[in-house]
Design a protein around this ligand. Structure first.
Ligand SMILES: [Zn+2]
Length: 195
């Protein structure tokens, strides 16, 4: 006669077998005091993982965790007035600024300035075709080492009032542009930041 066992019955059976085996092993293999030690423990307890009481409130333990706990929750100090409440005014203007700067890379006078400063390369590097004259130090550099500089500084774009001047300077004619080597351009930028 076969009878299907319920889940609870199966679990109880498994438990019984496990306990029995644990006792047998303890009795057979381990002599003396060790035997008692093993028998003292129930196999079920040994196998179970440490219980975690999920209902208990979270308490930070380390100093770092305590510090994090005492910190004030992050609040938006700057009002997010743009893009449906997602962007601050500064991030919005920064987005326009970087977009215009990227656009200026395709400004034709930029290319014209580069072409005016270049000559055919005659050195030992077989891969190089052109070299460019730095307007500041007078060195001849590879195309990858030059940058086009605005003689009149472009300035900032922080409000819409800055926009006309910013665009005027950014998209200036080739007379307002010059080629500089990377070092000279870096030095000029540093000077601009200081003064
Ligand atoms: Zn230079």
């Amino acid at each position: 006669m076969t009878r299907t066992r319920t889940r609870a019955e199966c679990a109880r059976l498994v438990e019984m077998i496990t306990v029995e085996r644990g006792c047998e092993q303890g009795q057979e293999t381990l002599p003396g005091r060790q035997k008692g030690a093993v028998l003292g423990r129930t196999p079920r307890k040994r196998l179970s993982s440490p219980s975690i009481d999920s209902s208990a409130p979270y308490e930070p333990k380390t100093a770092k965790q305590q510090k994090a706990g005492s910190r004030k929750p992050k609040t938006a100090r700057v009002p997010r007035t743009r893009a449906g409440g997602e962007w601050t005014e500064a991030s919005f203007m920064g987005w326009i600024r970087s977009g215009l700067r990227r656009l200026s890379l395709r400004w034709p006078p930029r290319k014209q300035t580069e072409l005016a400063a270049r000559r055919r390369y005659t050195g030992p590097n077989a891969r190089r075709t052109w070299e460019y004259l730095c307007a500041e130090c007078g060195c001849w550099c590879a195309g990858k080492d030059i940058q086009v500089d605005h003689i009149e500084e472009i300035g900032t774009l922080k409000t819409f009032q800055d926009l006309p001047k910013f665009c005027e300077r950014l998209f200036c004619e080739k007379e307002g542009l010059r080629v500089l080597c990377a070092e000279c351009h870096q030095a000029r930028r540093r000077k601009g930041e200081e003064g």
